[in-house]
Design a protein around this ligand. Structure first.
Ligand SMILES: [Zn+2]
Length: 263
């Protein structure tokens, strides 16, 4: 058992140096895609338990319509992703490994049209594509629980429950805490690309962050504002990106990809 534990741990550690994010950044990833999907599944179930679901059919259909566009641009079919609208004033949305998207109705007051909502959704889905949760869970595992897990394995007392308890800690730290700045910028770049391919105008991402800046202050939403880069930095970065993503948007349009989602 002791040997097996050590081997498993070494396996985890040695697999970590080989990963690169979609934009070519080195990543330390300790978990497999299916482990991350399991954590995402659990977190999403917990959030669904806690939050109230929106019941307004038009609102749900509108959010689903935008999600369908983004999901299709990924090469997935809409049925593969679970999209849930939560009835809450929070100006927030998130995506989790395992193909889950959550949108709070408060966001729809700030994201004024389909393109702005697509900017947020593209950004959130990009966090998942770029395995940002995996990075955060991995980092927290190594710094805290990782050491405990190593200890447990090496003492030969490892069992699945303890391992899962460690994972649980990782989930709390990694999935529900905000992302870092590097991850945020990466999600912005990838999100703009994704929304453009889905036929949403990426210039609206700039308008969105202007709206966010105006709406800011009040009830500081977790994902979208707390550790995100300053609005000014983000807006100028997104403006600079337009040269790259507008051609993709025009291509999508001329290929007939023109979503029409209305609330
Ligand atoms: Zn983000």
């Amino acid at each position: 058992m002791r040997k097996l534990g050590a081997v498993v741990l070494l396996g985890l550690l040695s697999s970590c140096a080989t990963h690169q994010s979609p934009t070519g950044r080195d990543q330390m990833l300790l978990f497999s895609g299916s482990e991350m999907a399991q954590m995402g599944e659990k977190s999403f179930a917990a959030i669904k338990e806690k939050e109230t679901r929106a019941t307004d059919k038009a609102t749900i259909a509108y959010v689903q319509c935008v999600a369908d566009g983004i999901i299709t641009a990924l090469g997935d079919t809409p049925a593969e992703w679970e999209v849930v609208v939560f009835d809450s004033e929070q100006v927030n949305a998130f995506a989790l490994p395992g193909k889950h998207i959550g949108v709070y109705t408060g966001l729809l007051e700030v994201a004024e049209n389909q393109d702005q909502l697509a900017a947020v959704m593209g950004h959130e889905v990009a966090h998942v594509l770029a395995r940002h949760s995996n990075e955060r869970v991995s980092r927290s595992q190594l710094s805290n629980a990782g050491l405990q897990i190593a200890d447990v394995f090496l003492q030969g007392t490892a069992n699945r429950d303890l391992y899962m308890a460690g994972l649980g800690l990782g989930v709390q730290v990694g999935i529900t805490l905000p992302y870092g700045r590097t991850q945020e910028s990466e999600a912005d770049v990838m999100g703009a690309d994704l929304m453009a391919r889905a036929g949403f105008d990426p210039l609206q991402s700039v308008a969105l962050w202007h709206n966010m800046a105006e709406a800011g202050g009040g009830s500081a939403p977790p994902e979208l504002m707390s550790t995100h880069p300053s609005h000014r930095t983000r807006i100028s970065d997104l403006e600079r990106l337009q040269g790259q993503v507008q051609p993709l948007y025009r291509q999508a349009k001329s290929a007939g990809i023109q979503p029409r989602c209305r609330r």
